[in-house]
Design a protein around this ligand. Structure first.
Ligand SMILES: [Zn+2]
Ligand SMILES: [Zn+2]
Length: 288
């Protein structure tokens, strides 16, 4: 089945990138170890959903019944202390199916509820066809996923076919993993287009960093020029109008990058943006 073949690719790539970044980005090691453990559970959930094919109306119940307990187990085993205690506390009073339904609806919810809902539902939505995604709440406009209405987790530039230049810009959905095209130098949070209001920050030593706005003092040190940069392929795209930001990944610069994994492990860029008073369009699965 095509979905299964494509699926094993996705999961193998994510695992490969977790071990690459784990070796290279010591500051993200704990988070990547946890995410690596979670990936095993998510891959199983993906494969099972691709076979079971729950009906679009039953997705929340299916995920609550089949996937949640395994996500809880791995989170209690390998997750950070704070997540563990909050998870235990929330599960004493809240039913997981409600948390999943609120994430599907696009409603506000406590961070730990959102974590559990995303970790369990994400791989299932990735495995299912567009009908399950179409049941999700949220606007269908340029700044939201055309398939599920979810917000963008990250921005990226594709590799162009001739490999010589950076390709078109796309956004990747935080809820279902679909991607869609989006204009360059336009805020992914509010649509602002005036370039004076769209500061870009990248690491000192990278090409865009040398143009002025630089992130200094990163762990790993980027003082020695581009060859020492930790994030040569990433930048912070911020907006003075809505005071939000999104991380952007250039796949032409780093061919081995895997979008979700690279975004998650770029903690110093998130901290830098936050210090400057910007908040992310939506935090990633790990809360950054
Ligand atoms: Zn989506
Ligand atoms: Zn904006």
């Amino acid at each position: 089945m095509a979905v299964t073949l494509a699926g094993s690719d996705i999961w193998a790539q994510r695992r490969r990138r977790v071990s690459e970044l784990r070796a290279r980005q010591g500051f993200a090691r704990q988070l990547l170890d946890f995410y690596g453990a979670l990936l095993g559970v998510q891959e199983t959930a993906f494969q099972e959903a691709a076979t079971a094919l729950p009906a679009a109306d039953d997705v929340a119940a299916y995920v609550a019944e089949v996937v949640v307990s395994r996500v809880v187990d791995v989170s209690l085993f390998a997750g950070p202390d704070r997540l563990r205690s909050e998870l235990i506390h929330r599960l004493e009073t809240e039913r997981p199916v409600g948390m999943i339904e609120r994430w599907i609806a696009g409603d506000e919810q406590p961070i730990v509820d959102r974590y559990l809902a995303r970790a369990a539902l994400g791989p299932v939505l990735e495995a299912l066809d567009t009908k399950a995604r179409a049941r999700c709440g949220g606007p269908r406009d340029a700044r939201h996923c055309p398939e599920c209405g979810g917000p963008p987790q990250l921005s990226y530039f594709e590799r162009s076919p001739d490999d010589l230049a950076t390709g078109p810009r796309r956004l990747l959905c935080a809820r279902c993993g679909a991607t869609w095209g989006y204009p360059r130098m336009t805020c992914a949070g509010c649509g602002e287009e005036e370039s004076a209001k769209l500061p870009v920050f990248s690491e000192h030593g990278t090409a865009s960093g040398e143009r002025g706005s630089v992130v200094r003092g990163l762990p790993g040190g980027a003082a020695g020029g581009p060859e020492h940069a930790v994030f040569p392929h990433m930048r912070i795209e911020a907006c003075e109008s809505c005071r939000r930001y999104i991380l952007s990944i250039d796949l032409a610069t780093e061919r081995a990058a895997v979008l979700l994994v690279d975004e998650m492990a770029a903690i110093p860029l998130d901290l830098y943006a936050r210090e400057r008073g910007f908040s992310k369009v939506i935090p990633n699965l790990m809360g950054f």
